[in-house]
Design a protein around this ligand. Structure first.
Ligand code: ZN
Length: 419
């Protein structure tokens, strides 16, 4: 299948240049970018001057947690987790996570998100939902009850080449995982030569708790157990000491900032500028809809920049284009998606089209800055994943009944709330 996009502005994200030209997708990969393409094609899409760019990669999410959207607001973190979230999660049954994941993926498609890192339990249900919806998903293991042999098997079977699905080792967090389990996962990571992902350094309380338990801050404690010998992915990372930043550099621990969730739960502000100055890889995530409450990379990008400016009282901090790079290229590195980080020949066709005729995008002073500082899901005209257009002109082009997905999610949510 050959699909040609013509009359397109193209921001490859290899640099900040925008070219005007054509882009050809052959099956699931980009086959041509340049001036006029000469050759036969199966389908032509006239972009009418709109912008093609790589899709956003949501580097930290709990997709199925849409059930908790606006069910648990205006509470402190501990109450939010223990009084609302955990009791609702305890009522999961059958294929709840399968249906809820589908509901969350709809929001990704509508918001130009072409891949996510999904940390949740019931892995087979997430795999099924993602594959049926055409979503690229790096699933992050967190279950405490699953034996190491199962994690090993999943790691080996789900990390297949040219698949929408991949799998990353993980724990929920130091404070929710017994030390014996942390050591088990560290040993598995060493055996598989694999990085491990986790929530870490999210709140000052969490850091204080770890120091009380083990006499060390979380990154230092885990490193002492060889947890990060093959790298790591740190979600939130709001409170890392200078010593811990040095460990991140040494162990190739990548950072995912989730500013909306951290702001709303009053957890803290991730020192993104400092991490960048230290050469760390940074991606952007939404976290779950229970804390955020949306799965919207535009909101995250605005906050990444605005919170750095505000916390340093320096409006020159955190350039908007750097943030756009974090949400695309940086997040792709964290998801190990080197084949869909930028638009280039041979890369996966994980492409979005931005509607530059939306009033919030006019006039065109600086398109990249428009996207970061004035953008919203409203400007997403198309979302293509793996060469398939799954969303176009505010319509889902999937083999699913969208109303049924909403209905099912509503039913499940009401049951989890105990209604
Ligand atoms: Zn999270």
């Amino acid at each position: 299948m050959l699909t040609l996009f013509k009359n397109a502005r193209i921001l490859s994200m290899q640099n900040d240049k925008i070219i005007f030209g054509e882009l050809l997708v052959k099956d699931n990969r980009i086959a041509y970018i340049g001036d006029k393409y000469v050759g036969k094609v199966d389908k032509t899409i006239d972009c009418e001057g709109n912008l093609l760019m790589p899709g956003f990669k949501n580097a930290h999410a709990h997709t199925a947690m849409v059930f908790a959207r606006s069910a648990s607001d205006d509470l402190v973190l501990y109450d939010w987790l223990t009084k609302v979230i955990f009791p609702m999660e305890a009522k999961f049954q059958d294929d709840d996570i399968y249906h809820l994941t589908k509901c969350g993926i709809l929001e990704y498609l509508a918001g130009g998100i072409t891949a996510c890192a999904d940390m949740y339990f019931h892995v087979p249900e997430i795999v099924k939902a993602s594959e049926e919806m055409g979503m690229r998903n790096m699933i992050v293991a967190t279950s405490l009850s699953e034996p190491v042999s199962l994690l090993r098997e999943r790691y080996n079977t789900l990390n297949k080449k040219d698949s929408l699905i991949s799998y990353c080792l993980g724990i929920h967090a130091e404070y929710t995982t017994p030390k014996e389990r942390i050591i088990e996962i560290a040993n598995l990571a060493k055996e598989l030569k694999a990085p491990v992902a986790l929530h870490i350094g999210e709140s000052q309380n969490e850091v204080n708790g770890c120091v009380e338990r083990y006499g060390m801050t979380p990154v230092k404690f885990l490193d002492s157990l060889h947890f990060f010998d093959y790298g790591g992915i740190a979600y939130h990372a709001n409170f890392f000491s200078d010593e811990e930043i040095e460990i991140c550099k040494k162990r190739n621990i990548k950072i995912v900032t989730c500013p909306a969730s951290n702001a709303k739960l009053a957890s803290g502000i991730c020192p993104v500028s400092k991490y960048l100055e230290n050469g760390l890889t940074i991606g952007v995530g939404t976290d779950g809809a229970g804390s955020n409450n949306s799965l919207d990379m535009f909101k995250e990008m605005y906050l990444v920049s605005a919170l750095q400016k505000l916390s340093h009282m320096d409006a020159a901090k955190m350039d908007g284009f750097e943030v756009l790079k974090m949400a695309t290229v940086g997040s792709a590195k964290i998801l190990n998606l080197v084949d869909s980080d930028v638009l280039a020949v041979g890369k996966y066709a994980d492409i979005i089209m931005i509607d530059l005729k939306n009033p919030s995008m006019q006039p065109l002073n600086n398109i990249a800055k428009n996207i970061v500082y004035a953008g919203s899901k409203d400007i997403v005209k198309m979302t293509m994943i793996n060469g398939k257009i799954l969303y176009y002109d505010h319509k889902f082009l999937i083999n699913e009944d969208v109303d049924q997905i909403y209905k099912k999610a509503q039913e499940i949510t009401e049951r989890l709330r105990g209604e």
